[in-house]
Design a protein around this ligand. Sequence first.
Ligand code: SF4
Length: 234
Amino acid sequence: MEGYIHSVETFGAVDGPGLRYVVFFQGCPLRCLYCHNPDSWKMAEGEKKTDTELLSDILEYKSFIKRGGVTFSGGEPLAQPTFLLSLIRKCKKHGLHTAIDTAGSIPLEISRSIISEADMLLLDIKTLDEALYPELTGQTIHNNLETLDFCEEIGKPVWIRHVLVPGYTLVEERMKKLAAYLKKYSCIQKVELLPFHKLGEYKWEQLGHPYKLLDVPVPTEEEMALAKKIFEVE
Ligand code: SF4
Protein backbone atom coordinates (compact mmCIF):
# COMPACT_ATOMS: atom_id res chain seq x y z
CA MET A 1 0.00 0.00 0.00
CA GLU A 2 1.28 3.46 -0.90
CA GLY A 3 0.93 6.84 0.74
CA TYR A 4 2.33 10.35 0.50
CA ILE A 5 4.80 11.62 3.05
CA HIS A 6 5.85 15.24 3.57
CA SER A 7 8.90 14.49 5.75
CA VAL A 8 10.09 12.53 8.78
CA GLU A 9 11.85 13.37 12.02
CA THR A 10 13.87 10.51 13.46
CA PHE A 11 14.36 11.79 17.02
CA GLY A 12 11.23 13.79 17.85
CA ALA A 13 11.04 14.87 21.47
CA VAL A 14 7.92 17.07 21.47
CA ASP A 15 5.25 15.06 19.67
CA GLY A 16 4.07 12.63 22.34
CA PRO A 17 5.67 10.74 25.22
CA GLY A 18 9.38 9.84 25.04
CA LEU A 19 11.68 9.88 22.04
CA ARG A 20 9.70 9.31 18.86
CA TYR A 21 9.94 8.72 15.14
CA VAL A 22 7.60 11.29 13.62
CA VAL A 23 6.07 10.79 10.19
CA PHE A 24 4.59 13.97 8.67
CA PHE A 25 1.90 12.98 6.20
CA GLN A 26 1.24 15.00 3.07
CA GLY A 27 -2.23 16.50 2.63
CA CYS A 28 -4.55 18.51 4.88
CA PRO A 29 -8.16 19.68 4.37
CA LEU A 30 -7.69 22.69 6.67
CA ARG A 31 -6.08 26.02 5.77
CA CYS A 32 -5.05 27.40 9.15
CA LEU A 33 -4.00 31.05 8.98
CA TYR A 34 -0.91 30.28 11.09
CA CYS A 35 0.08 27.00 9.43
CA HIS A 36 3.87 26.69 9.31
CA ASN A 37 3.74 23.88 6.75
CA PRO A 38 1.50 25.10 3.90
CA ASP A 39 3.63 22.92 1.61
CA SER A 40 1.95 19.93 3.29
CA TRP A 41 -1.58 20.94 2.21
CA LYS A 42 -1.88 19.40 -1.24
CA MET A 43 -2.85 15.75 -1.38
CA ALA A 44 -0.89 13.31 -3.54
CA GLU A 45 2.32 15.32 -3.46
CA GLY A 46 5.50 14.82 -1.47
CA GLU A 47 7.30 11.50 -1.33
CA LYS A 48 5.42 8.36 -2.34
CA LYS A 49 6.24 5.43 -0.02
CA THR A 50 4.82 2.02 0.70
CA ASP A 51 3.79 1.11 4.24
CA THR A 52 6.42 -1.66 4.21
CA GLU A 53 9.21 0.76 3.19
CA LEU A 54 8.22 3.24 5.85
CA LEU A 55 8.01 0.56 8.51
CA SER A 56 11.49 -0.67 7.71
CA ASP A 57 12.79 2.95 8.01
CA ILE A 58 11.06 3.20 11.40
CA LEU A 59 12.46 -0.11 12.62
CA GLU A 60 16.02 1.10 12.01
CA TYR A 61 15.42 3.39 14.99
CA LYS A 62 13.62 0.85 17.17
CA SER A 63 16.26 0.71 19.89
CA PHE A 64 16.04 4.51 20.32
CA ILE A 65 12.24 4.81 20.26
CA LYS A 66 11.22 1.66 22.10
CA ARG A 67 10.33 3.65 25.25
CA GLY A 68 8.74 6.43 23.17
CA GLY A 69 7.13 5.36 19.92
CA VAL A 70 5.91 6.59 16.57
CA THR A 71 3.82 9.70 15.95
CA PHE A 72 1.85 10.16 12.75
CA SER A 73 1.54 13.87 12.13
CA GLY A 74 1.01 16.14 9.15
CA GLY A 75 -0.56 17.68 7.27
CA GLU A 76 -3.47 15.58 8.46
CA PRO A 77 -2.57 11.88 8.87
CA LEU A 78 -6.23 10.82 9.02
CA ALA A 79 -6.66 12.18 5.48
CA GLN A 80 -4.86 9.00 4.28
CA PRO A 81 -6.90 6.62 6.44
CA THR A 82 -6.06 3.23 4.93
CA PHE A 83 -2.35 3.95 4.77
CA LEU A 84 -2.37 5.25 8.35
CA LEU A 85 -4.28 2.26 9.69
CA SER A 86 -1.88 -0.15 8.03
CA LEU A 87 1.13 1.66 9.52
CA ILE A 88 -0.39 1.72 13.00
CA ARG A 89 -1.04 -2.01 12.84
CA LYS A 90 2.46 -2.75 11.59
CA CYS A 91 4.09 -0.60 14.29
CA LYS A 92 2.02 -2.20 17.01
CA LYS A 93 2.99 -5.68 15.81
CA HIS A 94 6.56 -4.60 16.54
CA GLY A 95 5.59 -3.41 20.01
CA LEU A 96 5.80 0.31 19.18
CA HIS A 97 3.52 2.86 20.85
CA THR A 98 1.53 4.86 18.28
CA ALA A 99 0.15 8.40 18.44
CA ILE A 100 -1.91 10.32 15.89
CA ASP A 101 -1.27 14.06 15.81
CA THR A 102 -4.48 15.39 14.27
CA ALA A 103 -6.63 18.49 13.98
CA GLY A 104 -9.70 16.22 14.11
CA SER A 105 -10.86 17.50 10.74
CA ILE A 106 -11.82 14.12 9.28
CA PRO A 107 -15.40 12.82 9.88
CA LEU A 108 -15.73 10.04 12.43
CA GLU A 109 -17.24 7.71 9.81
CA ILE A 110 -13.72 7.59 8.39
CA SER A 111 -11.52 8.14 11.42
CA ARG A 112 -13.31 6.09 14.09
CA SER A 113 -11.69 2.70 13.40
CA ILE A 114 -8.22 4.22 13.09
CA ILE A 115 -8.45 6.26 16.29
CA SER A 116 -9.61 3.10 18.06
CA GLU A 117 -6.41 1.28 17.14
CA ALA A 118 -3.89 4.02 17.94
CA ASP A 119 -2.56 4.26 21.49
CA MET A 120 -3.26 7.97 21.86
CA LEU A 121 -4.19 11.21 20.11
CA LEU A 122 -2.51 14.59 20.09
CA LEU A 123 -5.60 16.63 19.26
CA ASP A 124 -5.35 20.19 18.09
CA ILE A 125 -8.29 22.34 19.19
CA LYS A 126 -8.09 25.54 17.15
CA THR A 127 -10.86 27.41 18.96
CA LEU A 128 -14.27 26.72 20.47
CA ASP A 129 -15.72 29.80 18.85
CA GLU A 130 -18.00 28.56 16.05
CA ALA A 131 -17.68 31.79 14.08
CA LEU A 132 -13.91 32.05 14.48
CA TYR A 133 -13.19 28.42 13.60
CA PRO A 134 -13.93 28.79 9.86
CA GLU A 135 -12.02 32.08 9.75
CA LEU A 136 -8.97 30.38 11.28
CA THR A 137 -9.15 27.06 9.41
CA GLY A 138 -11.56 27.25 6.45
CA GLN A 139 -13.74 24.47 7.95
CA THR A 140 -16.44 24.12 10.58
CA ILE A 141 -15.75 22.91 14.13
CA HIS A 142 -18.06 19.88 14.00
CA ASN A 143 -15.53 17.08 13.27
CA ASN A 144 -13.06 18.47 15.78
CA LEU A 145 -15.43 18.28 18.73
CA GLU A 146 -16.89 14.95 17.63
CA THR A 147 -13.38 13.50 17.59
CA LEU A 148 -12.83 14.60 21.19
CA ASP A 149 -16.22 13.20 22.22
CA PHE A 150 -15.35 9.88 20.60
CA CYS A 151 -12.05 9.69 22.48
CA GLU A 152 -13.95 10.27 25.73
CA GLU A 153 -16.45 7.56 24.81
CA ILE A 154 -13.77 4.92 24.24
CA GLY A 155 -11.32 6.19 26.88
CA LYS A 156 -8.57 7.02 24.39
CA PRO A 157 -5.81 9.10 25.99
CA VAL A 158 -5.60 12.61 24.50
CA TRP A 159 -3.09 15.42 24.72
CA ILE A 160 -4.76 18.65 23.65
CA ARG A 161 -2.79 21.21 21.68
CA HIS A 162 -3.90 24.78 21.36
CA VAL A 163 -2.09 27.52 19.45
CA LEU A 164 -2.28 30.95 21.05
CA VAL A 165 -2.61 33.69 18.45
CA PRO A 166 -2.91 37.27 19.78
CA GLY A 167 -6.29 38.75 18.85
CA TYR A 168 -7.66 35.36 17.75
CA THR A 169 -7.23 32.66 20.39
CA LEU A 170 -5.08 34.54 22.88
CA VAL A 171 -8.16 36.32 24.20
CA GLU A 172 -8.90 35.90 27.90
CA GLU A 173 -12.60 35.18 27.52
CA ARG A 174 -12.02 32.58 24.79
CA MET A 175 -9.28 30.87 26.76
CA LYS A 176 -11.44 30.70 29.89
CA LYS A 177 -14.29 29.20 27.90
CA LEU A 178 -12.04 26.56 26.35
CA ALA A 179 -10.32 25.71 29.64
CA ALA A 180 -13.74 25.19 31.29
CA TYR A 181 -14.97 23.12 28.33
CA LEU A 182 -11.97 20.76 28.43
CA LYS A 183 -12.36 20.12 32.16
CA LYS A 184 -15.28 17.74 31.62
CA TYR A 185 -13.18 15.28 29.59
CA SER A 186 -11.48 12.56 31.60
CA CYS A 187 -9.62 11.27 28.50
CA ILE A 188 -7.49 14.45 28.43
CA GLN A 189 -4.13 13.81 30.09
CA LYS A 190 -2.44 17.04 29.19
CA VAL A 191 -3.02 20.44 27.58
CA GLU A 192 -0.15 21.93 25.61
CA LEU A 193 -0.27 25.66 24.83
CA LEU A 194 1.78 26.58 21.78
CA PRO A 195 2.71 30.22 21.14
CA PHE A 196 1.98 31.48 17.63
CA HIS A 197 5.19 31.93 15.61
CA LYS A 198 5.99 33.02 12.07
CA LEU A 199 8.64 30.48 11.10
CA GLY A 200 6.59 29.25 8.16
CA GLU A 201 5.81 32.68 6.75
CA TYR A 202 8.43 32.39 3.97
CA LYS A 203 6.72 29.20 2.73
CA TRP A 204 3.45 31.08 2.22
CA GLU A 205 5.36 33.60 0.16
CA GLN A 206 7.11 30.89 -1.89
CA LEU A 207 3.77 29.20 -2.58
CA GLY A 208 2.13 32.50 -3.55
CA HIS A 209 -0.47 32.39 -0.72
CA PRO A 210 -1.24 35.71 1.00
CA TYR A 211 -0.15 35.51 4.66
CA LYS A 212 -2.88 37.23 6.65
CA LEU A 213 -1.11 37.29 10.01
CA LEU A 214 1.79 39.53 8.95
CA ASP A 215 0.88 42.22 11.47
CA VAL A 216 0.02 39.85 14.33
CA PRO A 217 2.72 39.88 17.02
CA VAL A 218 3.98 36.71 18.70
CA PRO A 219 2.70 36.30 22.29
CA THR A 220 4.68 37.98 25.07
CA GLU A 221 5.96 36.02 28.09
CA GLU A 222 3.31 37.71 30.24
CA GLU A 223 0.54 36.67 27.86
CA MET A 224 1.79 33.07 27.86
CA ALA A 225 1.97 33.11 31.67
CA LEU A 226 -1.63 34.32 31.88
CA ALA A 227 -2.75 31.61 29.45
CA LYS A 228 -0.96 28.91 31.45
CA LYS A 229 -2.68 30.14 34.59
CA ILE A 230 -6.07 29.95 32.91
CA PHE A 231 -5.44 26.42 31.65
CA GLU A 232 -3.60 25.48 34.84
CA VAL A 233 -0.63 24.05 32.98
CA GLU A 234 3.08 24.25 33.85
S1 SF4 B 1 -4.21 21.41 10.51
FE1 SF4 B 1 -2.00 21.66 10.69
S2 SF4 B 1 -1.18 21.20 8.66
FE2 SF4 B 1 -3.38 21.52 8.42
S3 SF4 B 1 -3.54 23.67 7.84
FE3 SF4 B 1 -3.79 23.53 10.07
S4 SF4 B 1 -1.75 23.87 10.92
FE4 SF4 B 1 -1.49 23.38 8.73
